[in-house]
Design a binder for this molecule. Sequence first.
Ligand code: ADP
Length: 295
Amino acid sequence: MNSDHILDVRHLKQYFHINKNLTIKAIDDVSFQIGKGEIFGLVGETGSGKSTIARTIMGIYPPTDGEVHFKGNMISDKKIFHQNKKEIQRNIQIIFQDSAAALNPRMTVEKIIAEPLKINHILSGKRELKKEVDSLLLQVGLDSSFKSKYPDEISGGQRQRVAIARCIGMNPDLIIADEPIASLDISIQAQIVTLFQTLQKQHGFTFLFIAHDLSIIRFISDKVGVMLHGKMMEMAPTKELFENSLHPYTKALLSAVPVPDPIYERNKKILTFDVDSVQKDGHLIEVSPGHFVYQ
Ligand code: ADP
């Protein structure tokens, strides 16, 4: 494994056995790596297996098969996971669609951000904690007057900023952002995506950024993986994927992205893709350096 890889997912499978006649292959032989300081965008329609990948990396479900290596440790191994559980949970932080809604309504913003810093013994002194909370709030674009507010006294976008402050306070090696803007107003979405990008630039955070919206993925990611029915259909550096997509599913997805040009929009041709045409036993093949296509 390249030692610069923070995350290395190898031939990961997650099958849910619903009953004796039905098994859902939520992840079906998926491999990808994320280098330090990289933003890897995982895109795909609802039900393609993106969140299951996030949950499996975090150890919520043991994988059916395959491996997850985090900073060189095979954390998909039950024993290794349990031996390093605290460290893994501190170093892999997740921000999800409902992070904002999950903030404790009885805690002030100050307490919400300070709590994990105390629990993880990152800081303990009252003065140090206050200073750190101020600094974290500033980094997510909120001033210190927010400290005394309760979650229901602030807007959805501000709550998501608080959730982000709480997450970056842990100084994690990997941030998994699972549809982190999907429940926000359109006008707020761009601000939060820009905040992620700024934080990445300032601190060199590594991201697994999950979204179903290709334009957001294009804007934020260094590399992109396109998922369909638990399989990775195509994976490439962002520019390459958007300018030289090869898999017909990626082409169909790209053809449906709205372009802010009414004449183009009126005349454009949206491609269709027959999902049943996907080969069951295909593999990702590297067709040019770093560009993989399922065939
Ligand atoms: P996405 O995040 O791309 O929308 P998910 O990872 O949530 O997709 O789901 C992938 C598939 O796995 C879906 O068919 C979903 O219904 C199924 N699935 C996810 N979690 C479970 C579970 N705990 N039990 C059974 N099926 C599940």
